[in-house]
Design a protein around this ligand. Sequence first.
Ligand code: HEM
Length: 329
Amino acid sequence: MDFRSIEVQRWMLAAILAVVVAAKFSEAQLTTDFYDSSCPQAASIVKQKVDAIVDADRGLAAALMRLHFHDCFVRGCDGSVLLNSTDPNILTEKSALLNNNSLRGFEQIDEIKMELECACPGVVSCADILALVARDATVKVGGWSWPVFLGRIDGAGSFADEVNGSLPERTDNFTKLVQTFAKVGLDAKDMIILSGGHSIGQVHCGAFFERLYNFQGQNITDPSMDPEFAEMLKVQCPQTQPFGFMALDATNGTFDSTYYLDLLTNKGLLESDVALLSDPLGVEYAIKAVQDPDTFLFEFGMAMIKMGSIPSVDPYGWRSHCAFTEPKY
Ligand code: HEM
C-alpha cells in the first residue's frame, strides 16, 4: 500500500470518527456545512487571515489556538473569553488571573471578525471563529487538519470568577487534571492528547520557578528535571526575571510530538506537564506519540473536535464585535 492510499484511509477514518465524535458530544448540533449557504467564504476568509497573521508572527499560532481551549472550558464554546468588561464591578474571563497577561491574539480575532462582517454581516459567531482559527493556526505550523463543526451561538455572559476551577492549573497533579477535564465531558486520554497543545508556544519563566529554584520549598531544583536542561533554564530564566519567556517544547515553532519526547527525557516545564507521566496512561501515550507522531497529529484533531463541542451553558445570540454584546436581535 503506498503512502497516498494510507493517507486516504486515514482521512476517511478521520471523517467517520469526526461524525461519531460530533454526534456524540455536540448537543448544539454543530455541522461542517453550517455556513455553506449563509457565508460560503467564511472558512477561506479565516484561513487567509490566519495564514497572514502567522506569517507575520509565527508565535501567534499558539496564542490563537489556545483561545479556543480557554473559551470552551468556561461556560462552553461561546466566545465568552473574548468579551470585555463594560461594568467596572464585573470583570470578564480575560481579566481572570489565569488569563490576564497570558492570553494573546484578541486583536487578531477582532481583525478576522471585521473581515467576516464585511463579507457576511451578522452571520458568523465569535465562538465559531475561535474554532476555525484554532484549526488553521495549528495546521499553519505543522499540525494536521481536522473538520471544524460549526453553528455555535455566542454567549453574553463572561465572569472572571468562573475561570478558577474551570481551567486546569499549572500546579495540578494528574488526578486534578482528569477531574477538571471530566467537568466538561473530556476523559483522561483527551486530557493527555490535548496537553500536546504545549507543542507550540511560550510560557512565563515564573510559571516554573518553584521547580527550578525552590522545589517543595527547599531552595533546590526539582531533582526529576534533567540537570543540563535545568542549567539552561536558569540562564534563560534567572530568578530576577519571572516575566521572561521560555518555549513550551524544544520545537515550539512547529506543531509535532516533541512535547512528549521532552516529557520522557525529563525536560517538561510545568508541573502539570510532568504530571502526565505520573500515570501509566500518560507514559503509554507519550511513548506512542514519540514512536508514531502521525497518530498524535491525527488524534489531536479528533480531541479538538470533541473539545470544540462542549455546549454553551447560556447561548445568547450573535455579536457584531467579539469583545462586546449587543441587545438581542
Ligand atoms: C492540561 C492542562 C493545562 C495546563 C495546566 C496549562 C497551563 C498553561 C500555562 C501555565 C501556560 C503558560 C501561560 C503563561 O505563562 O502565560 C500555557 C500555555 C499554553 N497552553 Fe496550556 N495548559 C493546559 C492545557 C492546554 C491545552 C489543552 C491546550 C490546547 C489544546 C493548551 C495550549 C497552550 C498553548 C498553545 C500555550 C502557549 C500560548 C502562547 O504562546 O501564547 N494548553 N498553558
